[in-house]
Design a binder for this molecule. Structure first.
Ligand code: SF4
Length: 399
């Protein structure tokens, strides 16, 4: 490590649409440049490889989720050291993880001898967090709590409430749904840092082969980057990835809060970059706010800052579905959808839709779509005025 540098992050550029061999080479090179896998894994270790399979992907190569090659490369390296790799994930609240594993192509790895698991099938394990800012304890899936080593394999994506999602945010998948919801309701950013303070990844290997810009983390557009980044300091990795995507560290609050709590280095001048320079590989990613997804006459979508991916994705996917049929899209005109505990937007109550049980009972009005998260079809039916199907429930049912 260079004098005065506290953290090292490697950047490796591989070829366009790399095959497994090219990915293996890039992953090995990236890990070797930050000390080698042997510096964190020893023979006999149980190693959790944690990809980002947040939801079943519309297209595997769309950038929302990992494709298998980077995890395969890491798992093979773990096996070479005589350790036991397990690829494990739990998707977002209310999302079927098995479907996400299948849709991203990971289920097929089982036939090739790789262990791929749904973390939600494991018992919860209580992790005390007495110094936490948001939670004093966390329920982590047992496999994650008991793994000797965690290798975090995030994507390089924009995110609709954290600007960028990478190493720190990807670890949300190791906590159970109750605590995922709790963090969203009580303070996602600091809550994730509470988690990181107790269950940090030992190594991060960023799958930046195909990233996502615009309406991330699920509904954005794919960006071919052909990058692998690696590092042991999660904060430094997130700062470098953000900068590579055109975000200053100050723009990404999770990164800054983690640095302020002394959990890593966000100052790019103090991070040693090895391999490619940031400038040589950087590409400005379109922000969520620049996405055209909601460019619909008179339509307004207002999210509470605590609204989690469950409601955000459910609302967005219902809008995307309606946009596919121009006739149905009319039902979005002049409508306002809101989620969570915000001041009720000023508009005609007939055009106002409250979505998700995080909206306090007294703010739900006459057009409330229940659920946690609500079903995409239920939101669409509500917008289309299909009360006769019983999809909008009465005030008495809104508890
Ligand atoms: S109601 Fe929506 S915002 Fe609230 S926890 Fe459930 S999915 Fe998240």
């Amino acid at each position: 490590m260079a004098a005065g540098k506290s953290s090292t992050v490697s950047i490796v550029k591989t070829e366009s649409s790399p095959d497994q061999g090219a990915v293996n080479t890039a992953v090995r090179e990236a890990i070797d440049m930050v000390g080698g896998l042997g510096s964190v894994v020893k023979a006999g270790d149980k190693v959790l490889i944690k990809p980002n399979l947040c939801a079943p992907p519309a297209h595997v190569s769309h950038g929302a989720v990992n494709e298998p090659p980077v995890c395969i490369a890491i798992a093979d390296m773990v096996k070479e050291l005589g350790a036991h790799p397990i690829i494990g994930e739990s998707s977002g609240i209310g999302i079927d993880t098995d479907e996400a594993i299948e849709g991203a192509g990971f289920a097929a790895l089982r036939e090739k001898g790789y262990e791929v698991v749904n973390l939600k099938n494991y018992p919860d394990f209580k992790v005390p967090c007495p110094d936490g800012k948001v939670v004093k304890e966390l329920m982590v899936y047992e496999l994650a709590a008991q793994a000797d080593v965690i290798i975090d394999v995030p994507k390089m994506k924009t995110h609709d409430n954290s600007e960028v999602t990478c190493a720190i945010k990807n670890m949300k998948g190791i906590i159970n749904d109750t605590y995922k919801r709790k963090l969203h309701q009580e303070g996602l950013f600091e809550g994730l840092i509470d988690l990181m303070s107790k269950c940090p990844a030992h190594l991060v290997v960023v799958d930046g082969i195909v990233g996502m810009e615009g309406m991330g983390p699920v509904f954005g557009e794919a960006v071919e980057m052909n990058l692998i980044l690696a590092g042991k300091d999660m904060v430094a990795v997130d700062a470098v990835v953000g900068k590579t995507m055109g975000f200053e560290p100050e723009e990404v609050l999770i990164t800054m809060y983690a640095a302020e709590r002394g959990l890593g280095e966000a100052d790019l001048d103090k991070i040693e970059i090895v391999g490619q320079s940031i400038d040589s590989v950087a590409r400005r990613f379109k922000r969520v706010s620049e996405s055209q997804a909601l460019d619909i006459e008179g339509f307004n979508l207002v999210h509470w800052e605590g609204t989690c991916t469950g409601c955000r994705n459910a609302v967005m996917s219902s809008i995307f579905d309606l946009k596919r049929t121009p006739k149905e899209m009319d039902c979005l005109k002049n409508r306002t959808i809101f989620t969570g505990d915000i001041d009720i937007p000023e508009t005609d109550p007939n055009d106002l839709f409250a979505v998700g049980i995080c909206v306090p009972v007294e703010k739900r009005g006459e057009k409330f779509v229940p659920g946690c998260p609500p079903n995409n079809a239920t939101i669409r039916a509500a917008l289309k005025g299909e009360e006769e199907k019983g999809l909008l429930i009465s005030m008495d049912d809104k508890k």
